[in-house]
Ligand binder design. Sequence first.
Ligand code: FPP
Length: 255
Amino acid sequence: MIKRIRSWWKRKDDPNKVKITSDNIPQHIAIIMDGNGRWAKRRGLPRVVGHQNGMKAVKRATIAADELGIKYLTLYAFSTENWKRPKDEVDFLMRLPQEFLKIELDELIAKNVQIRMMGDKNGLPKHTLEAMEEAVKRTSYNDGLVLNFALNYGGRNEITDCMSMIGREIEAGTLRSEDINSQWIEDHLLSAGLPDPDLLIRTSGEMRVSNFMLWQLAYSELWFTDIYWPEFNKNHLHDAVAEYQRRTRRYGGLS
Ligand code: FPP
């Protein structure tokens, strides 16, 4: 009994407990969920087991983000470059969204989460797209956390598509070059309707952006951690938000 009380005190006064203030919570967090393969390899397991456990970390991150009052969470689940991986791994990754939704959708609905998807829908297998679209439809009236999956997403493709839309509209006479500005571009990107990420998190120790939200990350704060994505939990999210709150955002100006 005494032992139990002592450990409670220790936890309560934990000097490592991070301090987060409620008045400066990032509105939008984007995450590059990296390191699934290495997490599995380190344990002598097939890469797909890493992805399977990565799916569990998706749930932990979503709940933790919701509890913190974050409004938008964008997760890089599959890039336009990930098709270069072995077919078995791609097939596995393409089945994960429906597996995740089969297990979690009811709880996400109960938590008022709105699911969105951004990426090239044309390249996705029918079963993946149908599962995602059903989840988007069933959560479309929710107004809690927006959980945005970047699936078959590439930042350069997104910008190229936007430029080609501009070309087509100018040719058709529906757009004048003087009407093109940042707002027009934002409204025609796949992330239309979402604010730019305030904070980008990347796991696994890699420090690059990897074709993710190239336009939208212009002024995001970046936070990198060595832990592999399947290990990611609430404490890591809190560490990232606490660090975000210590930063001064100047947007090119002076503080
Ligand atoms: C990068 O790690 C991770 C991916 C390409 C896939 C990310 C997918 C998930 C975390 C699961 C998604 C879940 C849902 C619900 C859609 P890597 O495999 O490149 O790791 P490595 O660099 O260690 O090889």
